[in-house]
Write a protein that binds this ligand. Sequence first.
Ligand SMILES: [Zn+2]
Ligand SMILES: [Zn+2]
Length: 102
Amino acid sequence: MTAPYTGGCQCKRIRYEIRAESLTLYVCHCQECQKQSSSAFGMSVLVPRDALIILQGQRKHYQRSSESGREVSCWFCGECGGRDCFITLLVIPKLLTLSQER
Ligand SMILES: [Zn+2]
Ligand SMILES: [Zn+2]
């Protein structure tokens, strides 16, 4: 399987496409990832920010501070909302972290 990859949220209102190969896949056990996933860890894929194209739907957004003091932007589907949804954390300006329920 090669790019582009398509995905979306559980209720199917948000659909997106990733037009690049991922840079890495990682598992994080920090408290924020535990809260976000309601489990012992969060699993995320790192892709170039420009590679994400929203094909359909309006995402909701909120911003929080990380333990390092950085601001973290989060997007999610306002309809189905939970962890099965599409959530992105913009941690590094040109990179995008995609987190999705297992
Ligand atoms: Zn949804
Ligand atoms: Zn984490």
